[in-house]
Design a binder for this molecule. Structure first.
Ligand code: NAD
Length: 264
């Protein structure tokens, strides 16, 4: 360890289990000396998050469902009591009804559109409002996005629309918070088999397609996403804000299937 995150206090939201991208980021930050606070969504996930938290010497600051403002306020109040301030924030939260992560985007219902947008996009803004108040000496905020925001990916549907809005919100937040030396960025991760991803139709096919066609000819791991997060969360990235950085084995630069890719 180079102690890149030594002295930094970070709130990490979105760990469901040890396959979560947020867990990869938490491990990377802890290994570089960060102090961490973690949240969980509901009692069922508390059972998973508690032991993971212990592994890193992190503090569990409580239940957080982003649709419940009181739970958000309580979590930030816990952070204030714990540290009196905050240096970084990781938002790794998204949700859409599983039935609509299959089939056609055009069939999206108003109810699921609103829910997907609120949980997967607005929650980052709502969390940023609260984090700003604790980031007296500047800070770094990071969210997670996917290439389905930029190009149509099979079955990603309304989540792609929500990620496009999330990426736009990263730019607006970067401008609003820049004067306070708070940086706001996103990592666009390649596909990884997590709980959330298991809701997406034909996900195995998408993983194989990426493996065969990405420049590095492989998919990415949560630990690799975590290592990339260190650049944006630490002072190494202190001049970087409003950025959407791809951690996808280079997949986003490719315009066509590899001529030597096997059939899937
Ligand atoms: P995950 O299932 O491990 O994590 C998703 C998290 O969102 C869970 O911890 C869940 O509790 C939380 N969440 C959902 N609704 C919530 C709510 N109402 N309130 C609070 N928390 C809520 O899956 P993951 O793949 O690690 O997802 C993390 C982020 O990474 C998401 O934004 C996802 O879209 C993004 N992402 C994932 C991939 C991938 O292929 N897995 C690729 C790019 C981006």
């Amino acid at each position: 360890s180079r102690g890149l995150m030594a002295g930094k206090r970070g709130l990490i939201m979105g760990i469901a289990n040890n396959r979560s991208i947020a867990w990869g980021i938490a491990k990377a930050c802890a290994s570089e000396g960060a102090s961490l606070a973690l949240t969980y969504q509901g009692e069922a996930l508390k059972k998973r998050v508690d032991p993971l938290s212990q592994e890193l010497g992190a503090t569990v600051v409580g239940h957080c469902d982003v649709t419940d403002e009181a739970s958000l306020d309580a979590v930030f109040e816990e952070c204030r009591k714990l540290w009196g301030g905050l240096d970084f924030l990781v938002h790794a939260i998204a949700f859409s009804d599983k039935e609509q992560l299959d089939g056609r985007y055009v069939d999206t219902t108003a109810d699921n559109f609103n829910k997907t947008m609120f949980i997967s996009c607005y929650s980052f803004t709502s969390i940023a409002q609260r984090a700003e108040k604790l980031m007296g000496d500047g800070g770094s905020m990071l969210t997670l996005t996917y290439y389905g925001a930029e190009k149509v990916m099979p079955h990603y549907n309304v989540m792609g629309v929500a990620k496009a809005a999330l990426e736009a919100s990263v730019r607006y937040l970067a401008v609003d918070l820049g004067a306070r030396n708070i940086r706001v960025n996103a990592l666009s991760a390649g596909p990884i088999k997590t709980l959330a991803a298991s809701g997406i139709g034909d996900f195995r096919y998408i993983l194989k397609w990426n493996e065969y066609n990405a420049p590095l000819k492989r998919t990415v791991t949560i630990d690799e996403v975590g290592q990339s997060a260190l650049y944006l969360l630490s002072d190494m990235g202190r001049a970087v804000t409003g950025e959407v950085h791809h951690v996808d084995s280079g997949y986003h630069v490719v315009g066509m299937k590899s001529v030597d890719a096997p059939d899937i």
